[in-house]
Design a protein around this ligand. Sequence first.
Ligand SMILES: [Zn+2]
Ligand SMILES: [Zn+2]
Ligand SMILES: [Zn+2]
Length: 138
Amino acid sequence: MECCGHLSAFNILGERYCREPDDYYDKDMRASLTRVVDTGAYFTYEYDFGNTTELTLRRVGKTKKRFLDEKIAVLARNDEPKYQCDYCDKIAVQVCSECIYDGGGWLCEECAEEHECGEDMLLPVVNSPRVGICAYMG
Ligand SMILES: [Zn+2]
Ligand SMILES: [Zn+2]
Ligand SMILES: [Zn+2]
């Protein structure tokens, strides 16, 4: 999700967890997940309060696998969605960060070259819910 250091928060059982919590409303994001979320429970995560990307998450359980080398290990991954170019039948490889606000802007290689908003607006199509937003590159 990370693109340029925006603020983010977890929403768990009506409480908001932030990195820099405000004394009245927010709780500290460093709280242990196992203590605040029951197994099987759903919660949400918001990244960037301006152009928010929101995820619904669920705690599924503990893993018995041990990770010795890596600090972050991928346990599961979604199938990459394929987007069709808005102007032809090909698969989109770029997305216009301007046109995406109107629900479009998916572009194949050739159509990207002729896109009216210009090359600077284009972002790569990546496997993330934040594809095409802000300066997100994957
Ligand atoms: Zn950003
Ligand atoms: Zn095309
Ligand atoms: Zn555009």
